[in-house]
Write a protein that binds this ligand. Structure first.
Ligand SMILES: O=C(O)c1ccccc1NCC(=O)[C@H](O)[C@H](O)COP(=O)(O)O
Length: 211
């Protein structure tokens, strides 16, 4: 069964909607520039509402160890998702923090996909995500998709997931086209940047489950 991660949750009502809809993972963003940013206090309050069967993924951009450690504790995180990290940084974080590490791999060209092999043994999961345009404020959460055909014929040697511009209208096609074992969405379940919609979350999970 395709797993679903609903990312960038920051309000109890929409977090509860994601859990009730059957999300496998919920994501909390710890990046001050993001409209989805949560404080450690918010993360703790949100995480307390999440049953153990649902994974809790913290999203970070060039975070220092103090933030990573504080967030892992406060958010009862089961994994950290690193944006901008190279394989050595991912491996070091995994070794030092003893937590599952997801490495976000920004994709625009086939050459980007070819960087995947370097993360084998360094991260626990790769998340293929659309590369942000130059000068964008955020490395992820931009409602952009990449050309899924870039994944054609790529032999995946580690757990992975697909992100970038997914929504209830295109996620079934994305799953068919790529065979992704996990799909990750943020903007596609929002009414506006940072404002999650319970209806859109339910529609997204339903589209994945009923495809
Ligand atoms: O969502 C953010 O604000 C964010 C900020 C900084 C780094 C990563 C961020 N999001 C990462 C995610 O996991 C998103 O779910 C993923 O990029 C897909 O986003 P979207 O295209 O908006 O569905």
């Amino acid at each position: 069964m395709t797993q679903v991660k609903i990312c960038g949750l920051s309000e109890p009502a929409t977090l509860d909607a994601a859990v009730a809809a059957g999300a496998d993972y919920v994501g909390f963003v710890f990046f001050a520039k993001s409209p989805r940013n949560v404080s450690l206090e918010q993360a703790a309050a949100l995480a307390a509402r999440v049953p153990d069967r649902v994974g809790r993924v913290g999203v970070f951009v060039d975070a220092d160890e103090a933030l990573l450690g504080g967030a892992i504790h406060a958010g009862r995180l089961t994994a950290i998702q690193l944006h901008g990290a190279d394989p050595a940084q991912a491996a070091a974080a995994r070794r030092r923090l003893g937590i599952e590490v997801w490495a976000a791999l920004p994709v625009a060209t086939r050459a980007d996909i070819e960087r995947a092999g370097a993360f084998r043994g360094a991260a626990d999961r790769l998340l293929f995500d659309a590369k942000a345009p130059k000068g964008a404020d955020l490395p992820g959460g931009n409602a952009l998709r990449f050309d899924w055909r870039l994944l054609d014929g790529v032999a995946m040697t580690m757990p992975w997931g697909l992100a970038g511009g997914l929504d209830a209208g295109n996620v079934a096609e994305a799953c068919r086209a790529t065979g992704a074992p996990l799909v990750d969405v943020s903007s596609g379940v929002e009414d506006a940047p940072g404002i999650k919609s319970a209806d859109r979350i339910r529609a997204f999970v339903k589209a994945v489950r009923e495809r």
